[in-house]
Design a protein around this ligand. Structure first.
Ligand code: G3H
Length: 558
């Protein structure tokens, strides 16, 4: 039984038998199913430059799993391997390899016909599919993502690549004709930008990285790719696939600390495009290092503080279910997660009761366990940061509503979801993106308070509205569509389906990603034009007929 009155908040919740106390989630080594065990320390010394898997003999970075192992000496975070800490020297070699392969657009890769680049990509997908099980296993161990979500991430990435191939064929078909306008004959095509740096986030180290890497490559750019901070070893099974599928220098993969590696790349001014999914601070710091800001095309997916807005007439069951998955799937570590819930004061008691009950039903455990939803966190110091947010909120009068059922409890790398109420503007969690299992709930009286929050936010990615009254929903949509890039009605925020545009305003993003938009982002429309005169037409006809140009052509991909 949980009771909330609007001025004085009290909790008289009984512990439910469904709750698994946090300390019990970590297994002994022998309790891990054999097929999910990491049998050997993964010492990765290879990195990919100029079509060669080079061996690194210098300092290594230890890769710690968020999974802890129960031993006689207590719980120990599992060390699963190590990866190279390259220096600026190796990253600059990667850049030179990419630059040479691009060769000012005259290289083998950028001048290939689209259908030939597609063939290379198809070879890569076939090779990638052979590594499915290994990549999924490493996703679980490195970032603590559940087996179901890890499999989804892999399969979604493969689908994304196939959809990209399909979209590129469409794009190329549309460019295969000449246009005649106001006495000018022209062919308009998208051509690559040049050398691209791709960096992805730890929460989707495969999928989100590949949503920029694959379109960049297939459009004819050459790439230096640096895997995310966590979720590094899972790229290793794909290194051979990259090496064997693409011509040398087209894709180069480096490892190490940001400033030493990518900082050095930026400072050269030789990068033409920068794809980064991470924090806006990280993106700002790197972008500023590039000496020619207008040369650098950036596509960025950054921070967000997406609000869930529960109107007084919302279908409670649906709102609770969507807010639980919206705020806590992958422990809230999604840029699209619902990071603050605004619930109308008239229904906040009922909402909190049902919301915390639903959280109690979420199974905490190891990523490979059946039905598990809550898992340990990969970022060092994250549990301390989340505790600090909770303590700060408590100092200003909030309570952990589900404290008696483990809310806010920590065990090693595991943090049990904490529902904070009543959250107010003085608290850090009101504005900061927690990117973890802390759910701030704010009671509002007038929906304009919520609109003001969104307008004054530094972020502008998405919002969710839960309600029934179409007129009220319409009014709110009309206030929000100038503030955020996607408004979800009676549904949590999310990126998919991947054919939909994914972007944001303010500090949340730069550029738009989707299967088809990404092809545009990594290319520039270029025109070859002539006056509509018979002599000019004959030149064009002759070039097309003899297949003399990779730009001027009318072949149609079937
Ligand atoms: O972390 C941000 C992701 O783009 C979110 O994607 O909504 O499919 O989880 P998702």
């Amino acid at each position: 039984m949980l009771s909330v009155n609007n001025t004085q908040y009290t909790v008289t919740r009984m512990k439910t038998p469904n709750t698994i106390p946090a300390p019990e989630i970590f297994p002994a080594e022998q309790d891990i199913p054999t097929k999910y065990q990491i049998h050997e320390f993964i010492e990765q010394r290879e990195y990919l430059v100029n079509g060669e898997l080079r061996q690194w003999e210098g300092p290594m970075n230890q890769v710690l799993s968020p999974v802890c192992i129960k031993t006689n000496e207590g719980f120990q975070q599992k060390v699963i391997g190590s990866s190279p800490l390259l220096t600026s020297k190796e990253s600059l070699e990667a850049l030179e390899a990419a630059k040479e392969a691009y060769n000012n657009g005259q290289g083998f890769w950028p001048t290939l016909k689209v259908k030939e680049r597609i063939q290379y990509m198809e070879i890569f997908v076939d090779e990638m599919l052979k590594q499915r099980d290994e990549v999924i296993k490493l996703l679980m161990w490195e970032i603590g993502k559940t087996l179901a979500d890890s499999a989804k991430e892999f399969d979604r990435t493969v689908t994304y690549i196939k959809d990209t191939i399909h979209a590129l064929k469409e794009l190329d078909r549309r460019s295969s004709k000449f246009e005649i306008e106001s006495g000018v004959i022209a062919q308009i095509r998208r051509v690559p930008l040049g050398v691209t740096l791709c960096m992805g986030p730890y929460n989707y180290p495969l999928n989100e990285t590949f949503t920029t890497l694959i379109p960049a490559l297939i459009m004819g750019n050459t790439v230096v790719f640096k895997p995310a901070k966590y979720g590094v070893l899972l790229i290793r099974p794909l290194l051979e696939a990259f090496k064997n599928s693409f011509p040398k220098g087209v894709i180069n993969i480096i490892y190490g600390r940001g400033r030493a590696t990518v900082g050095a790349l930026m400072e050269t001014g030789k990068l033409d495009a920068f794809a980064f999914i991470g924090t806006n601070k990280g993106a700002n710091d790197l972008k500023k290092m590039h000496p020619k800001p207008h040369k650098l095309r950036s596509v960025l997916g950054l921070d967000a503080k997406n609000p869930g807005i529960v109107l007084p007439d919302a279908n409670m069951e649906n709102a609770v279910a969507e807010c639980v998955t919206g705020s806590l799937s992958y422990n809230g570590q999604r840029c699209t997660a619902l990071k603050i819930l605004f619930v109308h004061r008239s229904i906040v008691d009922e909402f909190l009761e049902k919301f915390t009950e639903a959280i109690d039903q979420l199974k905490a455990g190891m990523p490979w366990e059946e039905g598990v939803k809550l898992t340990p966190l990969p970022e060092p110091g994250k549990t301390d940061y989340l505790t600090d947010l909770v303590k700060d909120a408590e100092a200003y009068g909030a309570k952990v509503v589900n404290a008696e059922n483990g809310g806010g409890e920590i065990h090693e790398t595991y943090f049990h979801p904490a529902v904070l109420y009543p959250v107010t503007a003085e608290m850090k969690v009101y504005r900061e993106e927690q990117f973890g299992p802390v759910v701030p709930v704010v009671a509002y009286d007038d929906v304009e308070e919520v609109v003001d929050y969104v307008v004054s936010s530094n972020f502008g990615q998405q919002a969710s509205i839960f309600g029934r009254d179409s007129k009220k929903i319409a009014a709110l949509v009309d206030e929000l569509y100038h503030q955020v890039s996607r408004i979800n009605i009676n549904a949590q925020c999310q990126r998919g389906p991947d054919v939909f545009p994914f972007n944001g305003r303010k500090d949340s993003a730069e550029g738009t990603l989707s299967v088809s938009d990404a092809l545009r982002v990594f290319s520039i429309r270029t025109i070859v034009a002539t006056k509509d005169k018979e002599s000019n037409k004959e030149i064009i006809r002759s070039i097309v007929r003899d297949g003399d140009s990779s730009f001027l052509r009318t072949d149609y991909i079937l």
